[in-house]
Design a protein around this ligand. Sequence first.
Ligand code: SF4
Length: 509
Amino acid sequence: MSEIYLYERQLNKQSDYNVWMGFPNCNSFSLSSLGFMWLYKSLDEEPNIKVERICTDTKITEINPKDVDAICFSFSFDMDFIGIFTILDKYNIPLKSKDRENAFPLIFAGGPVITANPEPYKEFFDFLIIGDGDKCNLEVIKLCRENRGKSKDELLEILTLQEGIYVPNISKKVNKCHYDLSECVYTPIISEESFFPNTFIIEVSRGCYNRCGFCVASYLNLPVRFVDYETIISKIDLGLKYTNKIALLGALISAHPRFSDICDYIYNRIQNGEKIEMSVSSLRADAITPKVIKTLSAAGQKHTTIAIEAASERLRKVVNKNLTENQIFDAVKIAKDSGLKGIKIYSMIGLPTETQEDIDEFIRLAKDLKIKNKGFDITFSFSTFVPKPHTPFQWCGKEPVKSLEQKQNYLKKELHKLGMKPKFSSAKWDYYQAVLSRGDSSLSDYLIDVYKQGAKLGAYKSAAKKYNIDTDKFAEEDLVINQELPWDFIALNPGKEFLKNEYIRLLNI
Ligand code: SF4
């Protein structure tokens, strides 16, 4: 296996503290997970800590888990609990924290799902990291190491005093850890085994100031932070010493104040004869400029992606997207004129206040785009709206699966008539995402049962029956604006008052 480490490894460490970094999916995905790999690096660089990566497909190691001091799991997607249970089970570690006596490692997790709402998972972990793990993870491990003679209960009492640490049943209110991006986060190992083979991924910004009403990536990561230009360039230089593939990452990278200069830098290197392949995460339509597309095209991209969220201008205003139709048309035209082969347009259905007219607007928009951009490959891709904690739309219930599927079938049929092949997320899986996203601690046994039954769709349904869980209540009910929510104890900025006002403002547009 070819892996290039971009940092100085300390081999044969005489360490006295063993940590497993658990990734709830296969090794190939872990290698492309920027946050996970960065935390792994920070532990690997510590002289007194021995760290191993454990994924769902890692061959069982000889190590007795009771010789491991701590296991830290990455939790980025709602369904990641399945991968976590798989790993714990493989090493015969009880799933619930209360069933693990002192001899078992401390088990904790962090990531966007945990930061948004840890309540459905709180019985499985000894503690949880809320917010950015970049520095917090290492500090916490060091603290655990310094106090390892203490009992688990004593240690957890100490951890409650740490910023960003949530100890279930002890912590009352938790402020998130916040990282200032003074260092640039990048994939510290380049590997051909990675889901993005031999690709150097670099984070240029965190968060997005646009605050779309549904967007947890925006609200969890305010205020928005940008890595400074010089640091980005020095890291691009580092990555390009080892590979010619780079990927820039960020919720809204085009908002970086020097995004245009970053594009120039890459473009000039390509013009000087280097073969560089560059990709970027989705761009806002109003950021598609000839310079950006010229760079992407020179860097081997055939397509670009924009997220419009809704086809009607009214609904885009409701979700706070504030993108005009002209901006969408300009973006597609620039992409076409600058030599790309096509564009992918991401959108959503089932958004609050959506009507049939809003759905029909997709057909009209698609028709107009086709007419004006003959021969250009335009693909629509639709997910369904899932209410997320800490967003203005956290109070909005999800549209029932049946009516979402009717809308999907309608769009499929109508867009097929235009020669388009739209893509859709599964409304049924999105429903269970909503259950988990707005769930609470009553779901613990339900989640274990889902896992034990094989975690297919049917398992989610039959486990709900067995444990008498009203999944519709979590997914579909509109929540009462003044009621206490399971995740209210997590203090974010802006807080709940801001969200309430925003919810009222947006739904009244
Ligand atoms: S523009 Fe994109 S990243 Fe920013 S808030 Fe909206 S959906 Fe989220």
